[in-house]
Design a binder for this molecule. Sequence first.
Ligand code: FAD
Length: 502
Amino acid sequence: MSSPNISRKRRAAVIGAGPVGCLAALMLAKRGWEVSLYEGRSALDPRSSLFKSAAKQRSINLAISHRGIAAMHAIDGSMAQRFMQTAIPMKGRMIHHLDGKLYSQLYDRDGQCINSIDRALLNEYFVDQVSASENIRVFFRHKVQTVDFESKNITFENMNTSRKTTASFDFCVGADGSYSVVRRQLMRVVRMDYQQEYIKHEYIEFKMPASQDNEGHLNFALDPSHLHIWPRRSYMFIALPNQDHTFTCTLFAPSEELDRLDTQNIFLNWFKSNFPDALLAIGEKNLINDYTHNPRSPLICTKSNPYHYKDRAILLGDAAHSMVPFYGQGLNCGLEDVRILDVLLSQESVMSTVSERTVDREDERLMRALSRYSQERHKDLLAIAELAMANYVEMRHLVTTPIYLARKALDNLLYTLSSPQYRSLSYLNMVLSSELYAENEPKGWLPLYTLVTFRPDVRYDTVRRTVARQSAILTGVGYVGAAVLLGVAGVWMSYATRSRYR
Ligand code: FAD
């Protein structure tokens, strides 16, 4: 019979070695848990030759910003710093008009940037970190099939042996992406609200090669300090820079539009008339090659609630919430999930070791932390899903309209007049403390993009409310401005009419 005083480490099973699963594994290992990380693909093992090709199944690169960086910092500051050395900072959007004119819109008045990172590099980096951790064992080619949350057992298909294997856990983290098996299993025991929507747009990726000067040096074909956008009302083309001087480009368009472009010639002519300068930089042959070989991928948006089950399971990252990629927040938000869970585990004093005597108390604490996670996080996840959807209209159309530009100018003017100067780093430091977010609403006037992207101390739901309030003021100011202009025009016209008949 075991003594009630003998303590043992608690076992966490993390499913999915994407960036969110890896960060969750690192966070739990740092807290002293014994972590097993299970990944269905072998391809995520950087030592495998399949690694790169599997990482390319989705966008090759993505933009990481302060929320994601702050989450990485919170778990391991030096890891975040090292990783960011591989990123390319982008200070603004470069709008490409049809007539070839370029227009730069900076993301932030103080020069804060978002960062283009290579998805494969990010995965490789995370997998290296977890593999080096003493408390983490990584199992590739282990595909979760079922989870029994009552007996706390997982069944896998072990693809190395083609046999079923099982493993037990105290705490299970589902970070297995948009089509999560853990979520499906949880829905059998939790009364979970779940919603899934495919938007009517798809995306295709293209590669813009580096250009070469006379001496054979490679150069970027476009300015690498911008995220390039070709907004064309119902569709758009974007380009993000890579370390090797190429750009990864993505065409987002309604499925109906893409159906119509069913031969290489029709597509080429359509592309030429919509994105002539992009075609020059990509080249006809490369464009057609990518169009023929790269998949048309769907864009899915999922919402769930709650995210946990009792004291034993939680969903994080895309497994809990997939959003459309138009705010560049999907990954940032998933990494932030890990930071929030970390803070709640601290606040509820959840221990990583238990003895027979303490196990009930520890289960209680873990349950409180998980339940607070579902309560705290849900409104933020709804808010960012909504903001991401709205940003698509802004990116593909509004950015070129005079009303948008006038509002943006006013927004920036109010920002400059009302907000105290700050340095981005101070906000990163703030979220490293044990608080979920800064307690109060942000001070002064802050543009939406700045709040979403550069202020990890402000929760997404507060962003939505703050911006709704500011937006009402901007509309009011717009109406007053228009009324004043109309009044001035009226007075001037009546004066001009009277003086003509005098
Ligand atoms: P994933 O990256 O999907 O990882 C899940 C892992 O679980 C995978 O490795 C998978 O193999 C594994 N797995 C799945 N099922 C099982 C199973 N049964 N058993 C074991 N393992 C399993 N976000 C940003 O922040 N910025 C951007 O600029 C950005 N751009 C994007 C562009 C596009 C076109 C798209 C589609 C998304 C973009 N995103 C962006 C979103 C971002 O890619 C995701 O939010 C992020 O990858 C989610 O990470 P994750 O770890 O939760 O899930």
